[in-house]
Structure formats: structure tokens, C-alpha cells
Design a protein around this ligand. Structure first.
Ligand code: ZN
Length: 353
């Protein structure tokens, strides 16, 4: 079996945004972007040195009379480098005086509830894994990431970015963990963009589930709440309109394509994993619109079950599209409306099966 590179760091903020800040920002912003980049690299190197290579696990669906319960731990990083930091709130503890700690405690609980109730999945690994978060990581750190075993949040610089503790971001990061424990997808080129896309799709679904929004009521945005007062843009990414999430003097313009004709061939960002993810993101959006109602009831089930069955860490967009159509066939029948709409959604983004 091919194994994923041990625990890559999955950052919510893609390198093309940091590149843009370096080119267009003032001196202070440039320094910040360089620091954020270097620190992310350093964390990556530390993790790779420390983390043993793990074999993939396949998560069993829960069964039996007992309902699993969430176990959370929220740490204060103390604006320092070390992880996880000081434990401030463990499961069942009363609220802390620190609002960010309480916010992350509550929002990680919402992601757990989403996976449990919508997909019968007991936490990130399917086996009740403790959800560990560190807040106040480093000073004015402009990012949030999943490092293979826990989540880490920066407070943002207060100008370009606020705190990264946004429900869609938390849903996104924990869903990287779900991919990791569902057989994994190599964090490079198309399989890497699928890894990013799965995290975006399940990140926005977490928000929709928490707010009980239908596919037409939802805004389909990732990171709606992280931009600071000086940024022009709705969010970091949009599944409804990839390429139109933001357009800002400093951050640049959202580079995501929504169709294979606009696929970006690049060597940066592991082959544009945060860019080309716009294509499968938009396919999911289109399919969910065709199927209507709540995204997690049909569209989300097809995507989730397809991920459980994929077993191909180097899957291309076409491999993944094929698996989703096959899954829709298995779940709803050959020639069913659900299967036809899944295929149509892929066709509309330029993937013909
Ligand atoms: Zn990601």
C-alpha cells in the first residue's frame, strides 16, 4: 500500500496569499508574511522529524446501544511555539475566562456532532479520538492548521486577519483528519487538491448542519469570518463561485478555477492543491443544488461513502468522480436521479465519465 507522507501540515491559508502580501503589502505586512511562511515550514519540519509513519486505518461505523460522546481538550499556546501548550479546558470542565478557548471548545463539539449524527462517525478517526486544539499559537500568527494529530489556531494580526477560530475553518481542518483516517490522499497535485476539496466540502457542510440551512439558504463560504477590517472579500474560498471569494489590493484575487479548462499547472503549493480544489468543490456544489434539501442528506452521503471506499491515495479528479458516481449508483440505484445528477455535475466542471 502506498503511504501518505507522514503527517503533512494542512494550513488553511494557502501560500499564494502570503506571496501576494509579500509583493503588495507594506514593510510590516511583508515581514509578517515571511515570518508566517518560515514558521509554517519550521513546524512542518519538526512534525516530520517527530512523527512516526502511521499505517492507514479504516474507520468502522458505530453500532450498538451506546451513543458515543465527544472528548475535547483545549490548550493555551501562550503565544509561543511549543505544542500543545497548557491545558485550559478538558471535557466537562466549566467555561474558561478565555473566550477563544470556549469558542473552540463549542465549535469542535459542533464538528463532532455533525460527523456523529450525519455520518455515524465517532470522532475524527471513527474510534472516539480526543479532539485536541491549541489556541493563541505564536504571536499574531496568520494561520490555522491540522498537524496530523491536533488543530492549531493563530490569533491573526488584527489587520488582514482576525482569529482563525471560524466554524468552517475548524470543520475544514478536522476533515483533513477524516481523510487521513479514511485511507488518505497524497498531498500533491490532483490527489492533494481532492484532499483540500474534501476538507472544504465538509467544512461548509459543518456550518450548514449547525445552522440547519438548506442548499439554497447556505452561503457555501470557507473562512467567512477570518478576514480583518482592511480586507475586501467575502471569504477565503467559495464553493458556489470559485475565483470570486475575494479581490483585494493586498491579498490579490481568488485564483480558484471552477472548470478543467482553467486548471492551473504550478509547482508551488504542492501543485496548487488550494487552487485546483475549486473544480471538485464546484462539482459538489452543483450536485447538492440538483439534489436539493439539506446537503448532508444525499450529496454529503455520496461524498462521504465514496471517501470510505476510495482506497486510492493517488486518485485523480476522474478517479474520484468515478467513485462518487459508482457510490450514487450503489446507494440510489442504476439510472437514479441522484446518480444522473452526480454525473452531470462532473460534466459541467469538465470531467466526462
Ligand atoms: Zn486544508
Amino acid at each position: 500500500m502506498i503511504r501518505e507522507h507522514p503527517n503533512p501540515i494542512h494550513c488553511i491559508l494557502p501560500p499564494h496569499i502570503l506571496d501576494s502580501i509579500k509583493m503588495r503589502g507594506d514593510e510590516k505586512m511583508k515581514k509578517m508574511a515571511e515570518r508566517t511562511e518560515k514558521l509554517a515550514d519550521k513546524t512542518r519540519v519538526q512534525r516530520e522529524a517527530a512523527a512516526p509513519e502511521k499505517a492507514f486505518l479504516s474507520a468502522p461505523t458505530i453500532s450498538g446501544p451506546t451513543t458515543p460522546v465527544v472528548t475535547r481538550e483545549v490548550y493555551n499556546g501562550g503565544r509561543r511555539v511549543g505544542l500543545p501548550g497548557e491545558l485550559v479546558r478538558a471535557e466537562g470542565d466549566p467555561p474558561s475566562r478565555d473566550k477563544t478557548v470556549n469558542k473552540v471548545y463549542d465549535l469542535t463539539g459542533k464538528v463532532f456532532d455533525f460527523y456523529l449524527n450525519a455520518f455515524k462517525r465517532n470522532s475524527i478517526d471513527g474510534q472516539g479520538m480526543t479532539i485536541i486544539s491549541t489556541v493563541h499559537h505564536r504571536r499574531k500568527f496568520n494561520n490555522a492548521f491540522w498537524n496530523g494529530s491536533q488543530m492549531v489556531f493563530g490569533d491573526g494580526d488584527g489587520m488582514l486577519f482576525k482569529s482563525f477560530t471560524d466554524l468552517s475553518v475548524i470543520g475544514h481542518e478536522l476533515s483533513h483528519g477524516v481523510v487521513q483516517y479514511s485511507g488518505g490522499l497524497m498531498y500533491k497535485d490532483q490527489s492533494g487538491a481532492l484532499n483540500e476539496s474534501f476538507a472544504d466540502v465538509f467544512g461548509v457542510m459543518t456550518v450548514q448542519y449547525a445552522n440547519k440551512q438548506t442548499v439554497s439558504e447556505a452561503n457555501w463560504l470557507v473562512g467567512e469570518d477570518i478576514f480583518g477590517p482592511e480586507v475586501e472579500g467575502e471569504a477565503l474560498r467559495s464553493l458556489k463561485a470559485p475565483g470570486l471569494a475575494y479581490s483585494d489590493d493586498i491579498l490579490g484575487k481568488d485564483p480558484q478555477p471552477f472548470h478543467m479548462d482553467l486548471y492551473v499547472n504550478t509547482s508551488s503549493d504542492y501543485g496548487g492543491v488550494h487552487i485546483n480544489s475549486g473544480i471538485p468543490n464546484h462539482a459538489f456544489y452543483l450536485m447538492a443544488q440538483y439534489l436539493g434539501g439539506y446537503s448532508w442528506e444525499k450529496a454529503g452521503q455520496i461524498w462521504y461513502q465514496a471517501m470510505q471506499k476510495l482506497n486510492n491515495p493517488m486518485a485523480t479528479f476522474a478517479d474520484w468522480a468515478d467513485m462518487t458516481v459508482q457510490t450514487a449508483w450503489d446507494m440510489f440505484g442504476q439510472g437514479s436521479f441522484e446518480m444522473m445528477m452526480t454525473r452531470r455535475a462532473w460534466r459541467l466542471v469538465g470531467i466526462h465519465l
